[in-house]
Design a protein around this ligand. Structure first.
Ligand code: NAP
Length: 270
């Protein structure tokens, strides 16, 4: 079902907090669609922003006062609390929709509800793709979201429409459910990718299709920052259990192999 239903859509003024890899990636599509973007970040991105025609604010106060319809949080999972707590959010001049795109969902929901004035709307999202998987378009890629506190439906639908109009699969889901499923899917694939990187696996001249999949998994996991990976673990309360499951399953498979080997050895010794 369309998340924008029959509500009118508006062109948005979107202030981006955290203009690293993912913030820049999202901004390009928002600009292409005719929305206005501006950015602030720890690093000075003035030059890059100049090329993109995106106003860059070194100082967060004028950024907050810059008449944003939406403030889009694209900082790392680990820095979220520090970044939000360092912003004088009481300086916001108008009711604003806060959206986050963090790869965990309960944590930003809790932090946003805790630090934001009550009159600010909150939409938690997780685009299940990145600059690599989304480089040829976003068609059929999932956008998971929960409308945590939304009073201005038109503004929220206009924001969701950015993804809908690119062909994303819109998946409405609670933050808790997201984290449960993501621990057993995204965190698991990142962990296995990191383990493969530790092992130093490389493409060979005799790759099977399955091994090619593993090489790709290793590359995609290590393309993301270690901050992102550790955030998936530290700030998703379901991740620790999945890491233990992975360890126990590895041990079970190893024990089955060793048992079979000793059976074979005793057979060949008679
Ligand atoms: P990331 O390493 O998770 O985050 C980088 C961003 O965090 C940069 O904007 C960086 O600011 C900021 N940052 C890091 N530490 C900071 C600190 N101590 N104080 C202030 N800012 C800090 O990499 P990312 O790929 O750009 O991801 C950004 C967010 O999008 C993350 O929450 C991630 O979970 C989410 N996300 C990423 C993807 C993806 O494929 N990459 C997909 C979906 C969602 P500076 O650049 O100014 O240093």
């Amino acid at each position: 079902m369309s998340s924008s239903s029959s509500l009118p859509l508006q062109t948005l003024k979107i202030g981006i907090v955290g203009f690293g890899t993912f913030g820049q990636f999202l901004a390009k599509t928002m600009i292409k669609q005719g929305h206005t973007t501006r950015a602030t970040s720890r690093t000075d991105y003035s030059q890059l922003c100049h090329q993109l025609d995106v106003p860059f604010f070194r100082d967060v106060i004028p950024f907050l006062e810059a008449d944003n319809d939406v403030i889009l949080i694209c900082t790392s999972i680990l820095s979220l609390s520090e970044v939000l707590n360092s912003m004088p959010l009481r300086r916001l001049k108008r009711h604003t929709l806060f959206v986050d795109v963090l790869s965990v969902k309960e944590h930003p929901r809790n932090v946003l509800l805790q630090v934001l004035p009550e009159n600010m709307d909150v939409l938690c999202t997780h685009p299940m793709f990145g600059p690599e998987s989304g480089k040829n378009g976003w068609k059929d890629l999932p956008l998971v979201y929960e409308k945590v506190r939304v009073r201005n439906e038109t503004r929220c639908s206009s924001f969701l429409h950015i993804f809908e109009s690119e062909g994303c699969r819109m998946v409405e889901m609670s933050c808790e459910e997201h984290d449960k499923v993501a621990a057993r899917s995204q965190f698991l694939s990142h962990s296995i990718g990191r383990i493969l990187a530790e092992m130093g696996i490389e493409s060979t001249s005799m790759n099977t299709k399955s091994f090619e999949t593993l090489v790709k998994l290793k590359e995609s996991a290590t393309n993301d920052s270690f901050d992102l990976f550790s955030g998936l673990f530290i700030h998703n309360r379901f991740a620790q259990q999945e890491l233990m499951n992975l360890e126990q399953s590895f041990e079970k498979v190893k024990q089955r192999l060793l048992k079979k080997m000793s059976e074979q050895q005793s057979l060949s010794s008679v």
